[in-house]
Design a protein around this ligand. Structure first.
Ligand code: AMP
Length: 194
């Protein structure tokens, strides 16, 4: 594991723990010699983690769609900034250059990004680990929703392991490094498993 892609709110959030978790994760990445890949913005938790990694002498790679985010929000002092055509190209690039994915607290943008990589993982399009930094219980309702979907027969129980929930950044990184994709499962209960 060399590069970790972090999805995070473009807002700082209402609780100081959210920003604190971005700082802690940023420091932990640098301590472990890991590079940060992220959306290239200078605002919210995105800006916090980028500035933390840069401030500790680490490497930060941004991936920003030129057309959508031209202007003041682009972080101008990254180690490298990829300018891509649109949001689709951005996620493809992030997926291609990263070895693991982590979500910090965030909103729709963060949810969408993390679930794209989980849903591709369940189809075997990639075998890279996906983690959620569950700061101050922010993602507890998401864990409940996943348990509900397993109970309701929409997610095979072995696919619960496709997202690693953890509140401590150091432990989360360790779990991502040790991740083994779940055994191949029949995702579709109506089809015969071959
Ligand atoms: P949200 O959680 O809705 O704030 O969206 C955050 C996620 O969406 C980030 O991980 C980014 O990849 C993307 N995103 C949202 N707003 C921006 C922005 N201003 N600049 C760059 N990326 C953004």
């Amino acid at each position: 594991m060399k590069r970790v892609c972090v999805f995070a709110g473009s807002n700082p959030g209402t609780h100081p723990e959210y920003k604190e978790s971005a700082i802690q994760l940023g420091k932990e990445l640098v301590k472990k010699g890991l590079e940060l890949v992220y959306g290239g913005s200078n605002i919210g938790l995105m800006g916090t983690i980028a500035n933390t990694v840069l401030g500790q002498g680490g490497t930060v790679i941004g991936v920003m769609p030129t057309s959508l985010f031209r202007g003041e929000v682009v972080h101008r002092n990254l180690t490298h900034l990829y300018e891509v055509k649109d949001m689709h190209e951005r996620k493809a690039k992030m997926g291609e250059i990263s070895d693991a994915f982590i979500a910090l607290p965030g909103g729709y943008g963060t949810f969408e990004e993390i679930f794209e990589f989980v849903s591709w993982g369940q189809l075997g399009i990639h075998n890279k680990p996906v983690g959620v930094l569950n700061v101050a219980g922010y993602y507890n309702p998401l864990m409940e929703m996943i348990a509900k979907a397993v109970e309701g027969g929409f997610i095979p129980s072995t696919h619960k392991e496709l997202i690693i929930f953890e509140s401590n950044p150091m432990i989360l990184l360790k779990k991502l490094r040790e991740y083994k994709p779940p055994l191949k499962t029949n995702k579709w209960s109506e089809l015969e498993y071959k």
